[in-house]
Design a binder for this molecule. Structure first.
Ligand code: ASP
Length: 325
């Protein structure tokens, strides 16, 4: 049996060991059967965590993460409040520190979720709080619940729970996309036989440190700047948008240069048909222009199902963080 998760603060996919990861994913599969598969007959709410509540502080925009956390908490019988634009709408705007925010919010709720553009801010709020906590995206670092829901999606789409031998290409922005960081780490942590490549303009290749770490844990094949070559022969293409908000203001020249390169990295139906018609297509969304909507009707376009999987995964995680059985 996996060690209990009750009361834990989760900042990274590395915070769950293999047994805990498996336990959360198994429960997520159960919640998927109850809440995602039956469109019309799904229960409105379970009575599992009735009387408890969740607060989400979002210092950065969010659609899927914030709303699926809310839905997940409500499906478990909880109340949920999300503060969007938290930098303007909380005392942060008056100069309150992140540590004080963590201290202040703890007695008001049972479970705290935070997203911030500042990598360290999420950690500071977590450290100062004394309730179960989940990082909902900290700058360009990690987005652990996206990683776990992506693994849930891979398991459902590929009908396996063993990813040794799987070939996955991460496309778009492996330098700044935290969703890539979380899924790449998660797969490398648990499957030394997984094969991965990063496909992007050279300026968006990930930091050397991550590449080194991946090389010691799995079959890391390195980075390529050619979309066709990167797509060829892989089982999964995990596409992301260029995370322009991370560098548009601080590095305007880089932003301009990448704008010019965008057309070379666009995935569309013609390209998929030519290069790899069987590839499973995933994307954490939102998309901008890196993934043409003409791909949406392909059977193996999994990204909308992937987004829906956010609810059962987050239900399983909240359940395990607040209660053992
Ligand atoms: N929604 C994901 C995130 O918050 C992916 C993205 O924004 O591109 O990281």
């Amino acid at each position: 049996m996996a060690a209990s998760l009750v009361g834990r603060k989760l900042l990274s996919v590395e915070d769950l060991d293999p047994d805990q990861t498996r336990e959360v994913l198994d429960l997520a599969h159960e919640y998927h059967m109850k809440f995602v598969v039956p469109q019309l007959t799904r229960p409105r709410r379970l009575d599992i965590l009735t009387g408890l509540d969740m607060i989400g502080l979002f210092y950065e925009p969010s659609s899927r993460t914030a709303l699926s956390f809310r839905r997940a908490a409500m499906n478990l019988g909880m109340d949920a409040a999300i503060v969007f634009e938290a930098a303007e709408q909380t005392s942060k705007a008056k100069g309150e520190s992140d540590a004080d925010t963590g201290r202040i919010v703890s007695p008001y709720t049972d479970f705290l979720v935070v997203r911030s553009p500042v990598v360290e801010a999420v950690r500071e709020i977590a450290l100062a709080s004394n309730i179960p906590f989940v990082n909902a995206g900290n700058g360009d670092d990690e987005h652990p619940t996206q990683g776990w829901l992506d693994q849930l999606t891979l398991e459902r789409e590929l009908k396996t729970r063993d990813f040794n031998g799987l070939k996955i290409a991460f496309l778009g922005d492996p330098r700044f996309a935290r969703s890539i960081h979380s899924l790449a780490k998660l797969l490398a942590l648990h499957y030394e036989g997984v094969e991965m490549t990063f496909v992007a303009p050279e300026k968006l290749w990930p930091q050397e440190e991550l590449c080194q770490w991946l090389s010691t844990r799995c079959r890391f094949k390195g980075c390529v700047a050619d979309l066709k070559a990167g797509l060829e022969g892989v089982d999964v293409a995990y596409i992301t948008r260029i995370q322009a908000e991370r560098f548009r203001d601080s590095q305007p020249d880089l932003f301009e240069q990448l704008q010019a390169e965008r057309p070379k990295f666009r995935v569309n139906n013609t390209l998929i048909e030519q290069v790899n018609p069987d590839v499973l297509l995933m994307h954490p969304l939102p998309r901008v222009d890196e993934l043409d909507p003409d791909v949406d009707t392909r059977k193996k376009a999994a990204y909308f199902r992937q987004a829906a999987n956010g609810v059962p995964l987050r239900m399983a995680l909240i359940h395990r963080l607040l209660q053992d059985d």
